[in-house]
Design a protein around this ligand. Structure first.
Ligand SMILES: [Zn+2]
Length: 251
């Protein structure tokens, strides 16, 4: 299994660096400069790029990196991506540094959003965040609910490598949804400790997300009740998800 580390970019993005010896892949390089600096510092050779979706803070560094390295660029085939060499639609299995990686279609944040699932690790871009989920820029609540359900069906030990450090902010919202959730209260304290020490809150595990992330808990009575107070039109999970997501947009 490749080793995973992160390259910080912009204000709160994580560019995930996958290495096997001196061979490297990066996930969502929104900016080439910090990636190039890390490759040089560690003497790494970049072989490929995995993109989850088309937003500039995820693909902005691709052209510059592809000009310097003979990279394969895997990306959603139905989104506008600079330099995509391997268009994907979900369901494929690709090889990354000798490791099989399963491609999942997780539309909602964007219409072609992909997640990449390796042995125990999920690179999910802006779909699932620590204690939150991405905004619905191009998809519907039903699509995002189905995407999150497909992630929730992975093993509980799966490490969730999302693309932003949003956990602390998301936890404040999660506490407004479920103030009595003791797992959530515990996570608030542990994430505050990590952030105060300058450490990332990512990756979390899927088990932690299922216990504390309101968007994975749309069948929990407390989350359903909160959604109904926010004007949910029904108790079924998509309606609950839509109401909670709408509340979060204005939180
Ligand atoms: Zn995005």
């Amino acid at each position: 299994m490749f080793v995973v580390s992160f390259i910080p970019a912009f204000k709160d993005n994580y560019i995930w660096l996958l290495t096997e010896g001196k061979r490297a892949f990066v996930v969502d390089p929104g900016d080439a400069a910090p990636v190039q600096a890390r490759l040089e510092a560690d003497g790494l050779a970049l072989e490929g790029i995995l993109l989850t979706h088309h937003h500039a803070d995820h693909q902005g560094g691709v052209a510059e990196l592809a000009a310097r390295w003979p990279v394969r660029v895997y990306a959603p085939g139905n989104e506008s991506i600079t330099g995509c060499t391997h268009p994907l639609s979900g369901g494929e299995c690709i090889e990354v540094l000798g490791q099989p990686v399963r491609v999942m279609a997780v539309p909602g944040h964007t219409r072609g959003h992909l997640a990449y699932c390796a042995d125990g690790a999920l690179f999910c871009g802006d779909t699932l965040f620590g204690a939150g989920c991405g905004r619905l820029f191009e998809g519907t609540p039903a699509q995002m609910s189905a995407s999150l359900a497909s992630i929730a069906a992975l093993p509980d030990t799966t490490r969730i490598y999302c693309a932003h450090e949003y956990t602390e902010m998301n936890l404040r919202f999660a506490m407004a949804v479920e103030p009595e959730n003791t797992a959530l209260q515990t996570r608030v304290a542990s994430v505050a400790g990590l952030r105060a020490a300058g450490l990332p809150s990512v990756p979390s595990t899927l088990a932690e997300e299922k216990a504390t992330n309101p968007f994975l808990r749309c069948q929990e009575p407390a989350v359903v009740a909160a959604a109904l107070r926010q004007g949910a039109t029904a108790r079924e999970p998509v309606a609950v998800f839509a109401a909670i997501r709408g509340w979060r947009n204005n939180f």
